[in-house]
Design a protein around this ligand. Sequence first.
Ligand code: SF4
Length: 267
Amino acid sequence: GADVRVVYSFADAIEVARRNPRREVVFFSVGFETTAAPTAALILSLVEGGDSLPPNLSLLTAHRLTPPVMRFLVEEMGVDIDGVIAPGHVCTVMGPEHFKEFPERYGIPTVVAGFEPLDLLLGLLMCLRQIREGRAELENEYTRSAKPGGRREARRALLEAFDVVSGWWRGIGVVPDSICVLKGELKGLDARERFGVSFEPEPDEIPEGCICHLIVTGRALPTDCPHFGKGCTPHRPKGPCMVSSEGTCLAWFRYGPQGWGRLRLSG
Ligand code: SF4
């Protein structure tokens, strides 16, 4: 019976709330730094500008930061990472130095790359060169967008609107200092606070037999899953990696050439 609508951004949710003043509107605010920052900036610009948000609007936030979970993979899960292609859109907001700990602290070659095919190929080439030459540096292929320091206003908004706390990642566990939650006076906008609800992780959140949690953490390939291409296809997905267009299993199913199934991860 719920009225669920797909919106492009928080600005659209504000509009929906204004048009429906007698209904409670909850914006499901999900994503990494790239979506957390614009939402934070819009909230702060309205609050600081004296233009209040509709009283019937709240946010159910599910924002996460990328470096903490990568750090968790290296430190806690012992995943052996040869090189990092750091996401260019995150670095556009946060600056390439958002990922500097990986070369500096863990000795992992790291290249910031965009998402066009040529960006990714060049990023891979730069990363492979570092590995071949025994270097571990932070390099930036995506210089046309990811500038040192990132977008300062977006970074400021992120820091001012959110506290960073430890939280649960599906299939991974509790990752320290990885989740963004509304802070200070903005807590009143949090749907959890407003409606007194909480969410506990469910032990059987990964479908039986699905190994998505191993795939997204680099410990298995889609072809290691007995369901891949059989009980689990894009038309009948069994796990989350086969649902999203960015999911590893879906990409592997669509674009993986004959013979990739014979690849095996080392170690
Ligand atoms: S999404 Fe499907 S193919 Fe991928 S690991 Fe899960 S069950 Fe296996």
